[in-house]
Design a protein around this ligand. Structure first.
Ligand code: NAD
Length: 361
């Protein structure tokens, strides 16, 4: 039978992005899934040529192919340069940020056995970018009608949380849970204090949860309590769904639980478009040094293969990565080894090939 062939937009990014991308291409070729990469450039390096870090051609390519894999892109501080990463999510309405946090034996971490999935809302909340500087006419105007006194020298951010946005992110979390055999979804926010915004998030979550009753368990937690719970009893949790800002913070907490950014994958998913990328940034200090861990990018590839319906290839890739980490022979410095990015990628390719010839792998 002919295998389905895919065209995927590939944004190598900058910093350590290009060297990670080389490893990704080689590993994907070794999975046997026929992917044609449509390479697109974005970031500071293309500013001179296109006048924007996110040229329209990149968005067109992603809209056409529906799936993209993205390397990290540097956001220069104080340049007026908009974050390409945030712009992509907004332009393409990639409302769900998916971040699995799984412990792999061999990783040195304070915790073992962690297997959590964070589903973070990507479009609303304090991240919506509705902010007014201290002393601005807009800030003064808000102060004039706000029901509580606000100091005149305050800057103001607005936190929009909609029913539509909340319903769709919670539904995404439940659908993910169902498809991946997960037992429980925990909705998390601070509804005891932010009664209207976070209150609406819980209210919407409860409404969606009813449709999954008897299939996926549902519970609610306050964000502060959840932070403590995750440090003390992370094994009690499964899929976590949160508004944007809490989701951002908890994602890093959970990446810490599993041993750091080198192994934390991610995806930004909308109704029919998905962009896969590691949680980590461009690590500019290691650029071109063949030093960073390719695992986070490769686990993002695993998420992409799963999304494409290539479940077997996704599972094989995950097992190959897990085997290389467990053997602890050819791993990068963050995992306590001396291997380079490329060498670790090559070891994963060898593990994939072993699997093709050995059913017991
Ligand atoms: P970073 O994730 O690039 O690096 C922080 C530290 O984490 C590194 O110094 C390193 O010790 C460790 N680390 C990260 N990735 C690793 C890997 N693969 N292997 C081993 N160790 C790893 O974060 P930063 O230094 O805050 O950001 C650098 C740039 O990246 C900034 O411009 C930032 O805006 C950008 N950024 C981009 C994305 C993205 O493209 N999605 C995400 C986060 C940050």
């Amino acid at each position: 039978m002919l295998k389905h062939a895919y065209t995927v937009t590939l944004i190598p990014g900058d910093g350590t992005g290009p060297e990670l991308t080389e490893v990704v291409k080689a590993v994907v070729a070794a999975t046997g899934v026929p992917i044609t990469w449509e390479v697109q450039e974005a970031g500071a390096d293309v500013m001179d040529r296109y006048g924007t870090p996110l040229p329209e051609g990149v968005l067109e390519s992603i809209r056409r192919n529906k799936v993209a894999l993205k390397g990290p892109i540097t956001t220069p501080i104080g340049s007026g340069f908009r974050s390409v990463n945030v712009a992509l999510r907004h332009e393409l309405d990639l409302y769900a940020c998916l971040r699995p946090c799984k412990f792999y034996p061999g990783v040195k971490s304070r915790y073992t056995g962690i297997d959590l999935v964070i589903v973070r809302e990507n479009m609303e909340d304090l991240y919506a970018g509705v902010e007014f500087p201290a002393g601005s006419p807009e800030a003064r105007q808000i102060m004039s009608w706000a029901p509580k006194k606000i100091r005149p020298d305050a800057a103001i951010s607005i936190k929009p949380i909609s029913r539509t946005g909340s319903l769709r992110i919670v539904r995404f979390a439940f659908e993910y849970a169902l498809r991946h055999g997960r037992r429980k979804v925990t909705a998390i926010c601070k509804a005891n204090i932010m009664k209207f915004t976070d209150g609406l998030f819980f209210e919407s979550a409860r409404e969606v949860a009813k449709d999954y009753a008897g299939r996926v368990e549902y519970e609610e937690k306050l964000i502060d309590n959840m932070c403590m719970q995750l440090v003390q009893k992370p094994e009690r949790y499964d899929v976590l769904v949160l508004p944007n800002l809490y989701g951002d913070i908890l994602s890093d907490l959970c990446a810490g639980l599993i041993g750091g950014l080198g192994i934390a994958p991610g995806a930004n998913i909308g109704d029919d478009i998905a962009v896969f990328e590691a949680v980590h940034g461009s690590t500019p200090k290691y650029a071109g040094m063949n030093r960073v861990n390719p695992t986070a990018m490769l686990l993002s590839v695993q998420l992409m293969l799963d999304y494409l319906g290539e479940r077997q290839a996704a599972d094989r890739l995950e097992r190959a990565i897990a085997a290389v980490i467990a053997e602890n022979q050819t791993v990068t410095a963050d995992l306590g080894g001396t291997a380079g990015t490329k060498e670790m990628g090559d070891a994963i390719i060898r593990a994939l090939e072993r699997h093709t010839t050995s059913p017991s792998f």
